[in-house]
Design a protein around this ligand. Sequence first.
Ligand code: GDP
Ligand code: ZN
Length: 450
Amino acid sequence: NPAARPRDTIAAIATAPGRGGIGVVRVSGSALLPFARALCGREPAPRVATFARFRDADGGAIDEGLVLYFPAPGSFTGEDVIELQGHGGPVVMQMLLARCVELGARLAEPGEFTKRAFLNGKLDLAQAEGVADLIEASTTAAARSALRSLSGAFSSEVTRIRDALIDLRMLVEATLDFPEEELDFLERADAFGRLAAVRRSLESLLDRARQGALLRSGLNVVLVGPPNVGKSSLLNRLAGEERAIVTDIAGTTRDALRETIQIEGIPLHIIDTAGLRETSDEVERIGIARTWREIERADVIVRLQDAGAAADSADTAAIDAALPGQVERIVVRNKIDLLGQAPGRIEADGMVTLQLSARTGDGIDLLRAELLRVAGWHAHGEDLVLARERHLAALRGALEHLAQAAQRVHALELFAEELRLAQDRVSEITGEFTADDLLGVIFSRFCIGK
Ligand code: GDP
Ligand code: ZN
């Protein structure tokens, strides 16, 4: 994408806001040596740490520290990069940044350094996303997977699949020129065996990517049910501490409360909801409206019932009817301690019902295991990829085109077209084939200075 190659100089504070021993201002642009000379009074040698006094326009000292100079193209962005390591105070850092602006830099936008690295071919898009994911990782497992993406392990798998598709396309395109005997020719070249192999590779990658996506963003679990069935108690039990307000008065949980817990490294965002019921109380009504918004984003709905209640209350039936149809559901019969029942799991008509007690904790392990099961989590090796929704969509899209292709072997033009569409979808992941507006969306979510 050489048309988009940026040329102006950008600068940002690269370290986290606040106070620290060291703070770093990062500058990227073309031909930064004069910039360094003006700022430090000397030209720093490439790729070694140079002690320097950072000066203002009058030659007065702003701070002193280390300057690192990485000449293009051997830098993170592929341009000249200068890193100024000063003392990590917000005022000093601001003064240093202001001086860089005075020398002609402009303030960098979020993710702009990484975006330049992408535009200059230093990273592909999946690797660039790995940078952001590593910074944002909330568990060690997620961090490890992000590093795999960053170092290109995910990208090289994607590239292998893309290359296999290109080979297959070349074969089919060549056949198009010899319309008689075409199927024979493809059979002999094992075109259909190769198509099946590509589909298997894509499916394996999608499976590992789905697992990685779980590690990255976790799962939204919404606890629903009429007042007093024990939603808040269950949330507390899962979270292992007293967070939500538990009371005996129906309707007291007015806000949707979120708690993030981890099961096997997967973040589960558990939402305790206000009792979903008709009410004239304004505050409660606001809580209920919020609950419905949470439910719209749910991955799993845990529907609580009181084990002692004869059947589903009218409330529960109404809630059930209104819940989104696609979302996974688990039914929990709570308060079995009051009935002296044992915890258990019953599966009927594809619906799982768990019996447990939020008060005693009996059966909570069943719920944890069930949450992992509906999430599609299974044991894995070290080869997870920390995928994003964007990657999953591309992998799924490619698989759909290959499924179409498999049904079009008697119409070779269409067969070839489906292969081409599949290749485009796969290439979106590394950004070979990516719309500019998507780049804007991806990089604007980075932090400043990255
Ligand atoms: P919510 O309105 O659905 O959030 O229900 P709460 O969690 O506030 O619980 C309502 C009442 O039921 C409280 O008095 C809880 O102590 C009680 N409770 C919740 N779970 C259990 C349970 O498993 N066994 C018993 N015996 N009481 C429970
Ligand atoms: Zn509650």
